[in-house]
Each structure stands twice: as C-alpha cells, then as structure tokens.
Write a protein that binds this ligand. Structure first.
Ligand code: GUN
Length: 289
C-alpha cells in the first residue's frame, strides 16, 4: 500500500487563504488582530516555536508583540504582566509559551489569562466548553489535526480513533474533538503511560494519534494495515553523529503499511501555528458580534 503524506504546509496554505477575507473584514472595521506572546527564560525549543509564531503574524500583517522575561522572574511579576495584557485592547490573544520555569505555577498563570483572550484554549473555561461540545477556543494542535483530516478528506464518522498520550495540550482535547457528534463522531480510545498492552489498542486504530513525546516510539508492530497516522511528536535526537528532528513515530517503519501519515517536520507543526492565527482572528471577530 502506498502511504500518502499529509502535508501540513499544504493544509496550512488552504487555511491562510480562507483567513484573508476575514482579516480584511476586521481591518475594514479598524481592527487588526493582535497577539501578545510571552516567553520566559531561554529554552531553545521554545525560542524557536515563539519566533515562528510571531514571524507568521508579521508576515500576515497582524499585530504581535513578544514579551521576553528572565528565567528568574517571580510568579507575581508574571501575573501582573498578564493582568496588563488582559486589559490591553490591542491584544485579542495572549500566549504564554510552555513549559514555564519550575518555580512558577503554570496552572495559576494559565488560569490568569482572560478566557476570551485565551487563544491557546488552555483555560479551564475553554477546556470545559470544549468538553460539553460548545467549543470557543480549541487548543491549536488538535484543532490543526482536525483541519488536516478534513483537508485530505479523511472522515472520522464511525471510525475508531486511538490516541496515545493524555496531555491537556493534545491527547485529551483531540480525543474529545474526535468524539463530538458534529465534528468527528468517532469511537475514541485514549491510551497513556498506564495502559496495559498498548499494542492491543493501537492495532485496532483506523486513525492513530501518536502524542506521547517519545522519539520514534510507534513502529510497524503497533499498527494495522491501512491506518491513518497523525504524528504529533517533535523530538530532537542525535543519530549517526547528527542532530535531527523526529516524531513519535518511526516513519520509515510504517511506510507502505499506513494509508496516510503526517510527516515530521512539516506535518502537524505548521497547522499549530496556523490555528493560533485562526484563534486570534476568531477572538477579534468576537468583538464585532
Ligand atoms: N508548548 C508546547 N506546545 C504549546 C502550545 O501549543 N502553546 C503554548 N503556549 N506552549 C506550548
């Protein structure tokens, strides 16, 4: 079986062109969607993610400000910055890049973001709205994964979606999205580090989501013929004396068995950024309604 490659670059281009009219409409009403990105410390991966996000906003003519804070900033100072951003009308979205340094309580910080500016969709109010099937801001990575499936005409209705990983950022929200009647209507199994006999479940998947954060963990022995695989991992590893980025799937091993696969890089990653833009545009649109 030939495995088709589900390009996140191609899907994100389709999303960006659908956003053009919405952005023009907002600008005609004197609104330029704006994002405040907060980066604490100098985690190299976070630096790259945030830079890619702000670069995209600039390229689209949207407003973005990066707030860089020292690793040793106090929780109180960070909370006070968020208060200021909450009341600054130029910003329709606030993003605090994770992970935060250990001395800061991430939950407290995420909960301090105004739910109507929470374009990451991590605030309990937005997570709650998603879980009752009335989403406002959906976390960007799972929202992007749903977009990729739709773009490539992969329907979830009646399928068995098996998710490996239960994080609040990917695993749990994608399992909710896929199960929602209007969006996915799939049967969903959520597996995690406590799952016994993981292969028993993963081999049943029509659509397999690998979001466990373990380099090249999923290989041919975990899947059945014809599965669609969404590889959410971004792991930097040393291989043959070189540093490279790999997913949570051993991609070479599943080629020819899976029917389709998101590559790493250029798969789910570009969609995460595109959905951050979409959520920020959506937040600005809420002002017009
Ligand atoms: N760290 C890893 N993924 C994400 C994300 O989607 N948003 C934020 N804010 N931090 C992250």
């Amino acid at each position: 079986m030939e495995t088709s490659i589900l390009s996140g670059i191609e899907a994100s281009k389709a999303l960006y062109s659908s956003l053009e009219g919405r952005i023009t409409h907002l600008k005609n009403h004197g609104i330029t969607p704006g994002l405040a990105a907060v980066l604490v410390g100098n985690n190299p991966a976070s630096e790259i993610y945030v830079k890619n996000k702000t670069k995209k906003f600039e390229a689209l003519g949207l407003k973005t400000d990066l707030f860089r804070l020292n690793e040793d900033i106090s929780e109180k100072e960070l909370l006070s910055l968020i208060e200021k951003l909450n009341s600054n009308v130029k910003f329709h979205g606030i993003l605090v890049q994770l992970p935060l340094p250990k001395h800061i309580d991430s939950e407290k910080v995420l909960n301090a973001i105004l739910p109507t500016k929470d374009v990451d969709g991590f605030h309990p109010e937005n997570a709650g709205l998603l879980s009752i099937g009335k989403p406002r801001f959906i976390p960007c990575t799972p929202k992007g994964m749903m977009f990729i499936l739709k773009h490539f005409n992969i329907h979830l209705n009646g399928k068995h979606v098996v998710v490996i990983g239960r994080s609040n950022i990917v695993g749990r929200p994608i399992s909710i999205l896929a199960s929602l009647k209007e969006l996915g209507n799939a049967t969903v199994t959520l597996c995690h580090s406590g799952t016994k006999d993981l292969k028993y479940f993963s081999k049943q998947a029509d659509v397999l989501v690998a979001a466990l954060g373990s380099p090249e963990f999923v290989d041919a022995s975990y899947i059945k013929e014809g599965v669609c695989i969404l590889d959410v991992g971004i792991n930097r590893i040393e291989k043959d004396g070189m540093s490279k980025i790999v997913g949570d799937v051993n991609q070479e091993s599943v080629l020819g068995i899976a029917s389709s696969l998101t590559p790493v890089p250029k798969g789910v990653g570009p969609m995460t950024i595109a959905m951050l833009v979409e959520n920020t545009v959506l937040s600005a649109e809420l002002l017009l309604n």
